[in-house]
Ligand binder design. Structure first.
Ligand code: OSB
Ligand code: MG
Length: 368
């Protein structure tokens, strides 16, 4: 498949609710959209890098830089055998997986459209709906949190993930647990703890959580392995896993028993698939994480979650959990705790090109 050209856009979107995690809060997102032209089709991708380097060193601006200066000049105009090879000319570029993933996933959309397949079918998935959970940010008070959890539980989400940080953890989660004794609950610390916090982490261990996500350093598998030995609750790794090599090492060390796969974090569907396959072979459950995507990125996540190893609900919530109005039509809507997998060609939802172009604050096209 030949990539003839590309267009990038930056589209500011306001979250319906401020989203706070241990490293900071955000109210606005700047959505970086990729359009690849080729095969007489257009493939869509979304870069999940955030505005600040609190989750990863990548940001919207580093992604824009690396894409326009290095990745796209390498990829545009070259001919690849298939979507799995499109990124080969950019292999020399180290890291910057979120930037690369946006292009790789757009190539998969392009491929799926030209083959007349849904994206889920193109990557080998076979589910018609995927189980979904919701990720709830840190709230000003415990009562605010209880209200949020109540709303999401009533809406039918299959599990609720709660962001924690030191000082906003044991007592807060105990109150949620007491109020919702049977709700599948988990916590995500985004690396806010160290092994010095073992007494606190042991108390979390008593709350019957499905898992505790990324409690320790984003680059510290050894400490995660030490912690996992001390806890009954499974540790789930997010930030720690950037590649299938990281996943293999983590499992060998016993650094966790579950992996959150975000295709953006691992360079796209190729990396995500490799981690999925490794985990499936080892009997390790995986689930699809989220990065506050617009409907474009969400469609890619839904497709990924149709692979057989995704046995736990993902952070792939419905459009209205994030946006007043999503960038795609139709929007994603929760049905009995699931999202239906779009059946049309490619991502199967239509990006609102008029609105995207009307609101875009920066554009780049290659060839110029
Ligand atoms: O750690 O999973 C995370 C959002 C931004 C950055 C990191 C994370 C998150 C979420 C939100 O938890 C998941 C979603 O998109 O709903
Ligand atoms: Mg996380």
């Amino acid at each position: 498949m030949k990539i003839d050209g590309v267009r990038l856009d930056l589209v500011p979107l306001r979250l319906r609710e401020r989203f706070e995690i241990s490293s900071g809060a955000r109210q606005n997102r700047t959505i970086l959209l990729v359009r690849l032209h080729g095969e007489g089709e257009i493939g869509w991708g979304e870069c999940v890098a955030a505005e600040d380097p609190g989750y990863s060193y990548e940001t919207t601006e580093t992604a824009w830089h690396v894409l326009t200066e290095f990745v796209l000049p390498a990829v545009v105009g070259t001919d690849a055998e298939g979507p799995g090879d499109v990124m080969a000319p950019a292999k020399w570029i180290r890291g910057h997986r979120m930037a690369k993933a946006a292009v790789e996933m757009a190539a998969w959309d392009l491929h799926a459209r030209s083959a007349g397949l849904s994206l889920a079918e193109a990557i080998g998935g076979d589910r018609r709906r995927v189980d979904v959970g919701v990720s709830v940010g840190l709230q000003p008070t415990d009562d605010d949190l209880l209200l949020q959890v109540e709303g999401y539980a009533a809406r039918g989400y299959k599990r609720v993930k709660i962001k924690i940080k030191p000082g906003r953890d044991v007592d807060m989660l105990r109150r949620v647990r007491e109020r919702f004794p049977d709700l599948p609950l988990m916590a995500d610390a985004n690396s806010a703890y160290t092994l010095d916090d073992l007494p606190t982490l042991r108390k979390l261990d008593a709350l019957g959580l499905m898992m505790i996500e990324q409690p320790l350093g984003y680059d510290d598998l050894r400490d995660h392995a030490r912690l996992q030995e001390e806890l009954e609750t499974s540790i789930c790794l997010d930030e720690s896993i950037r590649s299938v090599g990281d996943a293999a090492l983590a499992l060998e060390l016993g650094a966790g028993r579950i992996i959150n796969i975000k295709p953006g974090r691992v360079g796209g569907f190729g990396g995500a698939r490799a981690i999925h396959d490794l985990c499936l072979a080892r009997g390790v459950p995986v689930w699809c994480g989220g990065m506050l995507e617009s409907g474009v990125g969400r469609a890619h996540n839904v497709a990924l979650a149709t692979l057989p190893g995704f046995t736990l609900p993902g952070d792939i919530s419905e459009s209205r959990r994030y946006w007043e109005r999503d960038l795609v039509d139709p929007e994603f809507v929760l049905t009995e705790g699931t999202l239906l997998v779009p059946e049309g060609p490619g991502i199967g939802v239509r990006p609102d090109v008029e609105r995207i172009e009307a609101h875009s604050v920066r554009t780049a096209c290659l060839p110029g």
